[in-house]
Write a protein that binds this ligand. Structure first.
Ligand code: ZN
Length: 498
């Protein structure tokens, strides 16, 4: 092995070890730590982040990458060596382009932004938050300038989350999806009363729900010997190592609220468990992209967990713990978990209307970053757009422009990943179903072949490709909303009968 490449792998390992420590601290903070531990934890986390940044942005990494550029050309781009160098270069470039003072300033503005956002949401008043958001937008505009872009500043931020993604591409895909989605939403909106989920509301023992959730993880193939499930205020997944994957869930006001959180995080967890352990700590030892990660969570949460064959199999497990639901048929469960509500709150949105929330956020943050929308005008523009799409405006900023945590930090460019996750998941399923065994399994409620296919095609390839490259390699084309639209159309036309 080339000596410079070996050195690069050593540095990557060092970064992974720091990341490992940060991951464990972060998990512990959300699962176990008393709130009074926060000051020390924040300091420890910032220290590790600073160390990692120093190592990654060091001149030594720059020199190694320089030295390796000739050697790299002799390697295939999707070989372990070629992909490792490319990924390391991408991380290095981003780390050195943003000046240290700007990184520090963004970190400060994020913590202040978060605290102010909490207070503003409590008071339901955007005006309290506006000055902080103004500052956050300015800083992210500076970051976009520092990172560089061809067409528009927002492209630089998008690329942080999904390599190669461009705002014009996002808008094009979103327009196609929206054009197909709106007639469906309008048709369902006329018949909302046709689906009833009241039997899922009420009081259900959390202890029994817990057991049910563990069974759900077993059912989708999550290996609980190599991971675990805990509770936290906001569900999340931390993959420390393929043999140690932590998931969290939370109980909500319906019986299936925790179940779908668990299935969602379980999908993320399957990806993390499926990464090759021998690549751990190398530049390619991670998932290909956030959008691809989200395709796996949404696959198990929605495409599987909200399917009829899943309920044909899983209903008996639910009624085992909750015999009071014995009179409810598979059909009752299937319809109830697919009930459309037209919620104005993104995190409570159903599968059909979820993406409408993303279209709105993407378009507004793109305009803010590109300097076409003033922060002070945001609530008015938000409320107007919501009224046009949902038929009613938010009654206050808390259920409007202040509802999401994302804009209280420096995450602009992240929202589109959610919808791309949905789109990718159906493109992958369409491709996977060409295999007889996968298709037959999915009809029969046996999702093992589907899980195996994802492991081979997606998980095992880890970071050899960017998300969009992997999508194209596996499905033969780039982001295409048609399979997703066809799936939604079939499902909701049947359930709502129009
Ligand atoms: Zn997710």
């Amino acid at each position: 092995m080339d000596a410079s490449f070996k050195k690069l792998l050593d540095i990557s390992k060092e970064l992974a070890l720091l990341g490992y420590a940060q991951g464990v601290l972060g998990w512990d903070e959300q699962v176990n730590m008393p709130a009074t531990g926060a000051p020390a934890r924040a300091e420890a986390g910032a220290y590790l982040a600073q160390k990692a940044h120093e190592i990654l942005a060091s001149p030594q990494v720059g020199e190694l990458l320089e030295k390796l550029s000739g050697w790299e050309k002799a390697k295939a781009p999707d070989s372990f060596e070629g992909a490792s160098i490319r990924r390391m270069r991408r991380n290095y470039d981003k780390a050195v382009k943003i000046p240290a003072e700007l990184v520090a300033e963004m970190s400060r503005a994020s913590s202040e932004g978060f605290q102010t956002w909490l207070a503003a949401r409590q008071e339901k008043s955007f005006r309290i938050f506006a000055p902080k958001l103004q500052r956050l937008v300015e800083l992210q505009r500076q970051a976009a300038q520092a990172l560089g872009y061809e067409k528009e500043p927002y492209d630089a931020l998008l690329d942080l989350f999904e390599e190669g993604m461009k705002a014009a591409l996002v808008e094009g895909v979103f327009q196609k999806l929206e054009a197909g989605l709106m007639p469906l939403v309008q048709a369902v909106a006329q018949h909302l009363e046709r689906v009833d989920d009241r039997f899922l509301r009420g009081s259900f023992s959390e202890e029994d729900q817990w057991k049910l959730n563990l069974e759900a993880l077993d059912f989708i193939g999550f290996d609980r010997e190599r991971g675990r499930l805990d509770r936290s205020a906001h569900p999340f997944t931390s993959g420390f190592y393929p043999g140690d994957v932590r998931l969290t869930t939370r109980f909500g006001d319906t019986l299936t609220s925790a179940l779908f959180s668990t299935l969602h995080e379980g999908g993320h967890g399957l990806y993390e468990q499926g990464l090759p352990a021998e690549w751990w700590g190398t530049p390619v030892g991670e998932a290909s992209s956030l959008g691809m990660h989200e395709s796996q969570s949404r696959l198990w949460e929605n495409v599987v967990g909200r399917s009829r064959p899943f309920w044909e199999r899983f209903r008996a497990r639910v009624t085992h713990y909750f015999p009071e639901l014995e009179e409810r048929s598979v059909e009752d469960f299937y319809r109830a978990v697919n009930r459309v509500e037209m919620s104005l709150i993104r995190v409570e949105a159903d599968e059909l209307t979820y993406n409408l929330h993303i279209f709105l956020r993407f378009r507004l943050e793109r305009q803010m970053i590109n300097g076409q929308l003033e922060v002070k005008d945001l609530p008015e523009v938000w409320n107007q757009a919501v009224k046009e799409t949902w038929g009613r405006a938010p009654t206050h900023d808390g259920e409007g422009v202040l509802q999401d945590v994302h804009w209280s930090g420096t995450s602009m460019g992240y929202f589109p990943s959610y919808t791309f996750g949905n789109i990718y998941s159906l493109q992958l399923v369409e491709t996977a179903r060409r295999e007889e065994e996968v298709a037959r399994g999915m009809e029969a409620g046996d999702f093992q072949p589907l899980g195996k296919w994802m492991r081979e095609q997606i998980h095992k390839r880890a970071g050899l490709y960017s998300g969009m490259e992997l999508l194209e390699k596996v499905t033969g084309r780039g982001p295409d909303p048609q399979p997703y639209l066809a799936y939604l159309r079939t499902k909701y036309q049947e359930i709502y009968g129009f």
